[in-house]
Design a protein around this ligand. Structure first.
Ligand SMILES: Cc1cc2nc3c(=O)[nH]c(=O)nc-3n(C[C@H](O)[C@H](O)[C@H](O)COP(=O)(O)O)c2cc1C
Length: 312
C-alpha cells in the first residue's frame, strides 16, 4: 500500500481530492496536522476540512499535533463523530517553534511524557490511533526507548521517518535504527523517508521484506506518477505525462481560485506547489525561477501557459 505523506501547505483537501483523478496507485493519505491547543481555531473550523462529503479523493486520516491529552482527545473524538475512524498523532514535526513547546519531535526525548499521554488518552479515545514519528529529537536511538511503550497500547500502526528532529531534512535516513524498530515493535510499521524512485523502493523492500506499507511525500509531489510505477510497473510516455500534469495544475488552480481571494494569494499557493512539482521537469529549476517572479494572477497564468506550451 502507498500512503501520501502529509505536507503542510500542499496536501490539503483540494489537493487530495483532485490527485486521484489524474494519478493512480495512492491508497490513502495522512492529512497535514491540525493543532488542538486552546489558542487555535474553534473545533468546528478545524473539522470542516474533514467532512466526508468534502473528502471525495484519497481516503484520508486526520493528524493532530498536541502534547495535551485532554485537548487531543476532545478534537479526536469530534473527528470520530463526523466519521473519522482513525486519527494520527504527530510526534515528529521538527520545527523549532513546535519543538520548543514540547510538541511534535519535542516529545521524542521524553518517554515518560509519551507514556503518560497515551495512558490518559487511550481509554477516552473513540477513534483508533496511529502515530507518525521520527526516530529521535537529537539522537537516532531515542526511539528504542519508545517502542516498548508503544507496544503496551492498541495502536493501529507506527509510521516511522528514520531521521532525527535536529536533522530536519538534511543527511540520510538511518536504516539500521529503523531495522531495530522493526525488530522491537509489535505494531505494523509504515516506512517513510526519501522514496523518490522505483529503484529506491525496490532497495528498501529487499532489505525490509516485512514492510507492506510505504509513505511517500516529496517524491510523489515531484513525480505524481511514482505510485503508479511502483504498484503496476507501468509508465506513460513523457509527453502524455506533461499533458496530465498540466490538466492537474489547471484543475488545482481553478479550485484554489474559488477559495483564495486576492491576486497574490492564489499565485503564492501555486508557487508553493511548484516548489515540489517543478522537480518533475528536466529544466525544473529554470521554470521555478520564472514562476517565482510572477506576483499577479494574470501574469502567473501567462507565464505558466508559456512554460507548458514550450514543454509540449
Ligand atoms: C513542507 C513540509 C511540510 C510537512 N508537514 C507535515 C505535517 O503536517 N505532518 C507530518 O506528519 N509530517 C509533515 N511533513 C513530513 C512529511 O510528511 C514526511 O515525513 C517527510 O517529508 C519525509 O518523507 P518524504 O521524504 O517522502 O517527503 C512535512 C514535510 C515538509 C517538507
Amino acid at each position: 500500500m502507498i500512503y501520501l505523506a502529509p505536507i503542510q501547505g500542499i496536501t490539503d483537501r483540494i489537493y487530495r481530492n483532485l490527485f486521484p483523478l489524474y494519478f493512480k496507485g495512492v491508497d490513502m493519505a495522512i492529512a497535514p496536522f491540525i493543532s488542538s491547543s486552546k489558542k487555535m481555531k474553534p473545533v468546528n473550523n478545524l473539522l470542516r476540512e474533514f467532512y466526508p462529503d468534502k473528502n471525495t479523493g484519497i481516503p484520508t486520516i486526520p493528524q493532530i499535533m498536541s502534547s495535551d491529552p485532554d485537548d487531543f482527545t476532545k478534537l479526536a473524538n469530534a473527528l470520530y463523530d463526523i466519521g473519522c475512524g482513525t486519527v494520527n498523532w504527530n510526534i515528529g514535526c521538527p520545527f523549532p517553534m513546535v519543538v520548543k513547546k514540547g510538541r511534535g519531535a519535542g516529545m521524542l526525548c521524553h518517554p515518560a511524557r509519551i507514556e503518560s499521554f497515551l495512558e490518559k488518552t487511550m481509554p477516552a479515545l473513540k477513534p483508533r490511533l496511529s502515530i507518525k514519528l521520527r526516530i529521535g529529537l537529537t539522537y537516532p536511538d531515542e526511539v528504542l526507548q519508545l517502542i516498548p511503550i508503544f507496544n503496551q497500547f492498541p495502536l493501529t500502526e507506527l509510521i516511522i521517518h528514520p531521521r532525527t528532529g535536529v536533522q530536519m531534512y538534511a543527511g540520510g535516513v538511518d536504516l539500521d535504527i529503523f531495522e531495530q524498530c522493526l525488530n522491537l515493535a509489535k505494531h505494523r510499521i509504515v516506512y517513510n523517508g526519501d522514496i523518490n524512485s522505483f529503484e529506491k523502493l525496490e532497495m528498501l523492500s529487499k532489505r525490509f521484506g516485512s514492510i507492506e506499507r510505504w509513505m511517500i511525500g516529496r517524491g510523489l509531489l515531484g513525480n505524481p506518477f511514482l505510485a503508479e510505477k511502483i504498484k503496476f510497473n507501468t509508465e506513460k510516455p513523457y509527453d502524455e505525462k506533461i499533458k496530465i500534469i498540466r490538466t492537474f495544475h489547471d484543475h488545482l488552480f481553478d479550485e484554489y481560485s474559488k477559495i483564495l481571494y486576492g491576486p497574490s494569494h492564489i499565485t503564492n499557493k501555486m508557487k508553493e506547489i511548484w516548489t515540489y512539482m517543478g522537480g518533475f521537469f528536466e529544466n525544473g529549476e529554470k521554470i521555478r525561477k520564472k514562476i517565482n517572479k510572477t506576483h499577479h494572477r494574470d501574469n502567473y497564468v501567462d507565464v505558466v501557459k508559456k512554460v507548458f506550451d514550450e514543454l509540449i
